[in-house]
Design a protein around this ligand. Structure first.
Ligand code: ZN
Ligand code: ZN
Ligand code: FE
Length: 758
């Protein structure tokens, strides 16, 4: 007889872990107890040693689907003579690590009950259990308990309470447990907020969608705006009212069979779609494809997800077409989460609202994963993932990292873990700033992290920077944007040793106050030395040059061949554009409103315009995405020339003027766009590999870490991976944390700790 004290850390509360342990112990006839301590589950089991070994194996291998075990510590003790196995009441003790479960997609059991006419929860849109349902979005305070969630206003009926109290039941301590007798309710409203009488809201909403109506639907972490994705007119109406011209819209499909009819999907991707995270997955579109062209115009991919709440299941059962399911907001505002706010902000967009009375405390936009490349990676990490712990390669002091400006997320870190918060969006208005501040307050309270370090971007005008600088009693650490990108990739891959870091990005504030975005580093978290860049090029018109790639095309062309660019037959050289071309030409010569940038993103924009793909954008990254899609059709292995030189203030400067000059010649000759686009991709990869080669010669570093917004380009990633591996490098990219600015806060937290421990 032996006794073991087992401490399990991770997402082990509110996910059915204790009843699982109870059932497991009972089946093995072990005695002892299980209890929730703050942030961990403590178990004592007593019995024959071999049985206890079996218990420990099953503890990991059979753990409930929604749980995530980070660590199991086993201590052998002298037997205590337990007579039963009990679930003990939680002890109040000093907290060490607190973990918060993300929201979870509806499980198979709940789904079956939902559609079973004999079940007491038949067609009940708020059914859930310990394996599924809302968590993060309804938690107001920790520890996780019904009384500290937005479910506290609903008093459980006798039946629900019986399930909740029975360790043998799937709903034992399922905090959001509810049924039609006692739980939240659904109703339908028109855009003026008048309640519409109907027997079955899901059926009625489905009927409206079939008639081409645009309907707002309150979901798990916010409102969606939905319409029939096969109805071009409905989609165009939605776009016009939402002021969203061309940016692709996400779809919800009924099941995998429907996904397979629209897209190419691998086995691994199907698993991702049906996982508890249930993200939107970007997949290659089939040709022909049944959805309206206006869903994702000129885009080779579709973003699809499966129903992840009972309400979605009910809706999708009633329609035989995929639905557009886009965030309930105007253009780039944060997603609406409150009924009154949704009504105010969305009533111009939708005709009807499907409302409910379970409040959403924290917003959680749908997560977005890019697939179709054999290695799916996160583009937006939010619902279903945030704020799951990310294990760190080093110990950190309590830290708040405020992120960047676009695609903002905040990150809290302590000890061995970082917690990346929900997607906030572009921090460019009051609404977003308010959401940002609320996210920080909520996460630091719930995770019990009182920051000693506050990390921020170097850009003085970012609202996130201004927020950080207003904090007192903490150590403020400014972290350069691209070092944060590189560290975010290092951290995710749990690298501690010195590496070569490459950031291929849009724009970030550099050490010198100039715009950076094509940068080489070497070192570790304590110091990432800036060792390379690309020759900076002016952005005529500043921010307008981001929206209008033709300006960048002109600037890159002008930099490469001087005024002879004016004589070339270019998309902008027709009579009507002569004047605006002359204006930016003057701006370049006089250095007026033309900040210099060494940006990979702007280079892609310029080339997209030079090969004729796109001259002006209606959303961020559009030109580069279309250039990638075109390059994927190209075959050539050729590349353009470029120079690697000694820079004026860094050891390496890539000079891409020969590339642009050769590309202009190709364009004049009328070469095929897809071959030029491919050749350009080959060249950028080759230039990066060349830069890494020079750094490696001096340092013998073998690990190359790649990050930044341009790493969302899967062709570029493939070329870099192949080329760098061929040169003997070990290549690291991101999977769980977005390579774009959504991952910046995570990297900031690591650099800030590395820098202060130096
Ligand atoms: Zn369930
Ligand atoms: Zn009930
Ligand atoms: Fe960036």
């Amino acid at each position: 007889m032996v006794r073991a004290r087992v401490t399990v850390t991770g997402i082990v509360q509110g996910v059915g872990f204790r009843p699982f342990v109870w059932r497991l112990a009972a089946s093995l006839r072990l005695k002892g107890y299980v209890l929730n301590a703050t942030g961990e589950v403590v178990i004592e089991v007593e019995g024959p040693e071999t049985t206890i070994e079996g218990f420990l194996d099953s503890l990991r291998s059979e753990a409930p689907p929604a749980s995530r075990i980070e660590k199991v510590v086993v201590e052998k003790l002298a037997p205590a003579g337990y007579l039963t196995f009990a679930i003990r009441r939680s002890e109040e003790e000093l907290p060490r690590n607190v973990f918060i479960s993300p929201d979870l997609a509806i499980c198979a059991d709940c789904r079956r009950e939902l559609l079973d006419p004999g079940d007491r929860r038949y067609r009940y849109p708020f059914t859930n259990c310990t394996n599924c349902g809302p968590r993060f979005s309804i938690i107001e305070h920790m520890p996780y308990d019904r009384g500290r969630t937005t479910m506290r206003v609903f008093r459980m009926c006798r039946d629900c309470l019986a399930e909740y109290s029975d360790p043998g039941d799937r709903r034992y301590h399922a905090q959001p447990n509810a049924c039609p007798v006692c739980g939240p309710r659904l109703w339908l409203e028109d855009s003026r907020g008048r309640k519409l009488e109907c027997d079955d809201v899901a059926r009625e909403a489905a009927a409206l969608l079939r008639r081409g109506k645009v309907v707002a639907i309150k979901g798990l972490g916010g409102f969606h705006i939905a319409c029939d994705a096969t109805n071009d007119e409905a989609v165009l109406t939605l776009r016009a009212r939402k002021f969203r011209e061309e940016k692709p819209l996400a779809l919800m499909c009924k099941d995998l069979a429907q996904v397979r009819r629209l897209c190419l999907v691998s086995g691994e991707e199907e698993e991702l779609l049906t996982s508890a995270g249930a993200p939107i997955l970007l997949l290659p579109k089939r040709d022909p494809c049944a959805v309206a062209d206006s869903v994702a115009p000129k885009n080779a991919s579709l973003g699809v997800m499966l129903p992840y709440t009972p309400l979605h299941v009910l809706l999708m059962e009633e329609v035989d077409f995929p639905l557009v399911m886009t965030s309930g907001n105007l253009t780039d505002d944060p997603i609406a989460i409150e009924n009154s706010d949704a009504n105010r902000r969305l009533s111009e967009i939708v005709g009807y609202f499907v409302m409910h009375d379970r409040d959403i405390h924290a917003s959680s936009d749908d997560s977005l994963v890019r697939g179709g490349n054999g290695a799916p990676f996160m583009v937006r990490r939010s619902r279903g993932y945030a704020p799951s712990p990310l294990a760190l390669p080093l110990d950190v002091v309590p830290t708040l990292a405020c992120g960047a400006e676009l695609k903002n997320t905040v990150c809290l870190a302590k000890g061995h873990y970082a917690f990346l918060g929900e997607h906030i969006g572009d921090l460019e208005n009051e609404l977003a700033l308010e959401r940002f501040e609320r996210s920080i307050a909520r996460l630091s309270e719930q995770l019990m992290i009182e920051p000693e370090i506050v990390a921020h971007d170097l850009h003085p005008e970012y609202l996130s920077t201004k927020f950080a600088l207003a904090q007192s009693g903490v150590r403020l650490v400014g972290v350069q944007h691209h070092r944060a990108h590189v560290a975010s990739c290092m951290g995710e891959n749990r690298l501690e040793e010195p590496v070569i870091g490459v950031a291929l990005d849009g724009l970030g504030y550099g050490d010198d106050g100039d715009w950076w975005g094509f940068e080489f580093f070497r070192g570790d978290y304590s110091a990432l030395e800036h060792v390379g860049t690309s020759r900076p090029v002016a952005m005529p018109g500043g921010a307008r040059a981001i929206r209008e790639p033709w300006r960048m095309a002109f600037a890159f062309g002008h930099d490469a061949v001087g005024d002879s660019i004016l004589k070339m037959e270019m998309p902008w050289s027709d009579e009507s554009s002569r004047q605006r071309v002359e204006i930016i030409h003057q701006m370049l010569h006089k250095h007026v409103n033309s900040p210099l940038a060494s940006s990979c993103g702007r280079l892609f924009d310029a080339v997209a315009s030079l090969v004729g793909v796109r001259h002006s954008c209606s959303y961020e990254g559009q030109a580069a995405m279309e250039l990638e899609a075109l390059a994927l059709q190209g075959q050539t292995q050729d590349r353009y020339p470029f120079l690697v030189e000694k820079g004026s203030h860094v050891p390496i400067e890539l000079d891409l003027r020969p590339l642009i000059e050769a590309l202009l010649e190709d364009a004049m000759r009328g070469s095929e766009g897809r071959e030029m686009a491919r050749k350009f991709h080959n060249s950028v990869a080759e230039a990066v590999i060349g830069g890494c080669g020079i750094i490696a010669e001096e340092t013998s570093l073998e690990k190359v870490v790649l990050s930044g917004g341009c790493l969302q380009n899967v062709l570029l990633v493939r070329l870099l991976r192949e080329g760098l591996s061929r040169e003997g490098f070990q290549v690291f990219t991101q999977k769980e944390v977005p390579p774009n600015d959504g991952g910046i806060s995570f990297g900031q937290a690591l650099i800030a700790n590395g820098a202060t421990s130096r």
